[in-house]
Design a protein around this ligand. Structure first.
Ligand SMILES: C[C@@](CO)(OP(=O)(O)O)[C@H](O)COP(=O)(O)OP(=O)(O)OC[C@H]1O[C@@H](n2ccc(N)nc2=O)[C@H](O)[C@@H]1O
Ligand SMILES: Nc1ncnc2c1ncn2[C@@H]1O[C@H](COP(=O)(O)OP(=O)(O)O)[C@@H](O)[C@H]1O
Length: 322
């Protein structure tokens, strides 16, 4: 049903939502499951690099997607589908299915999180769209109901909705918020290429198979990680960072080993590939150290950005009647 103004004229409204990218501070990956997914145990950290989605109701019906010229990424030659394959489109479509007052909607996405970078940028777009459409269409879904829809869209989408610091079990969507509010400072080194998440998981399976390595299903995360995050203890955290996918990302993109080495030689306490990569997250002692490190890496020709986390999950930043 379309929303009409007092004189029956269509009243367009724009709801703008921001949602953060993430770093997996730890990521234990279990064996391949019959459904093609892997069980994981991960500590997710939402960081201060945000996607934005502006959802505008339209009288014409249907869902359209565009990328905002305000996007800070160089998107030349980057493949972001704007049709029903876009995660934001998919999010609007499932919201429309459960919303009595759904209208047409245009989604304008401001991209800042590297595409196919292992930081959950598309997932942040999906989470932002769920929240924006919920407001636009007065769907009145609870956060739990939104999280259930989020899990249908992808393993990382529920976390983009929740934000903060959280432990993810199952395929990563079974989340428990962690009370770890101390800020940690990081430098993200982004790559000019992307890595496909399924290909990285497949590569890990292949490497493990070649080594006859049997892995168990992970059921918990190392409590030392949460302890370090709670205390804001970057040195303690540097000793327990782990990412089982890192070796697979390096197998596919060997240059990542050099990026990690360069980061550490320029003063990072430790470095880790974020999720399936190729973004590298370098840990710093404080904001000043992170900014200096980012500057130094920039001078060496890398793309580096100082960020901090935890930050909140998806939230509405404006709601305007046009
Ligand atoms: C690796 C992680 C770590 O947080 O993030 P990214 O590096 O993609 O950001 C996630 O597990 C990715 O989550 P997400 O990108 O939402 O994955 P989905 O769209 O649900 O799944 C894409 C594909 O990745 C593989 N996959 C994903 C999650 C998982 N626990 N096991 C898997 O094997 C499957 O092949 C699946 O078909
Ligand atoms: N809204 C979106 N933003 C970015 N990529 C998207 C989006 N929707 C679908 N995709 C597709 O999903 C792939 C992975 O997206 P992304 O979330 O950026 O990476 P990752 O899974 O590594 O965190 C991209 O290569 C792109 O083809």
């Amino acid at each position: 049903m379309a929303v009409h103004g007092l004189r029956g004229r269509f009243a367009a409204r724009t709801v703008r939502v921001k949602a953060p990218g993430k770093v997996n501070v730890s990521l234990d990956v279990g064996p391949l499951r019959p459904d093609g997914y892997h069980s994981v145990a991960s500590v997710y950290l939402a960081v201060s690099l945000y996607e934005e989605v502006a959802a505008t109701s339209t009288a014409s019906g249907g869902i359209t997607v565009s990328i905002s010229p305000d996007s800070t990424l160089d998107l030349d030659g980057v493949d972001i589908p704007l049709d029903e394959r876009n995660l934001a489109y998919k999010a609007a479509a499932i919201m429309a299915d459960v919303s009595e007052h759904a209208t047409g909607v245009h989604l304008e996405i401001t991209k800042r999180v590297p595409v196919a970078g292992g930081m959950g940028g598309g997932s942040a777009d999906a989470a932002a769209t769920l929240l924006a459409c919920d407001a636009l269409w007065n769907s009145g879904l609870s956060r739990d109901e939104l999280a259930q829809l989020a899990a249908e869209l992808g393993a990382d989408v529920p976390f983009a909705l929740l934000g903060g610091t959280a432990v993810g079990l199952g395929v990563g969507d079974d989340l428990s918020p962690a009370l770890a509010k101390a800020q940690m400072d990081w430098v993200l080194v982004t790559a000019e290429f992307g890595l496909s998440t399924p290909e990285v998981f497949r590569t890990l399976d292949r490497l493990r198979h070649a080594e006859d390595l049997d892995v168990e299903e992970p059921t918990a995360v190392d409590p030392k990680i949460l302890q370090a995050l709670r205390g804001g203890d970057a040195d303690a955290l540097s000793r327990v960072l782990v990412n089982d996918l890192q070796r697979a990302s390096i197998e596919l993109a060997p240059g990542l080993r050099d990026t990690l080495g360069l980061g550490e030689s320029c003063g990072a306490i430790a470095g880790i590939v974020s999720g399936s990569g190729p973004t590298v997250a370098l840990l710093a002692h404080n904001r000043e150290a992170a900014e200096n490190l980012a500057g130094e890496l920039e001078r060496k020709g890398l793309n580096a950005l100082a960020v901090h986390g935890p930050v909140p999950g998806a939230r509405i930043i404006s709601d305007t009647l046009l």
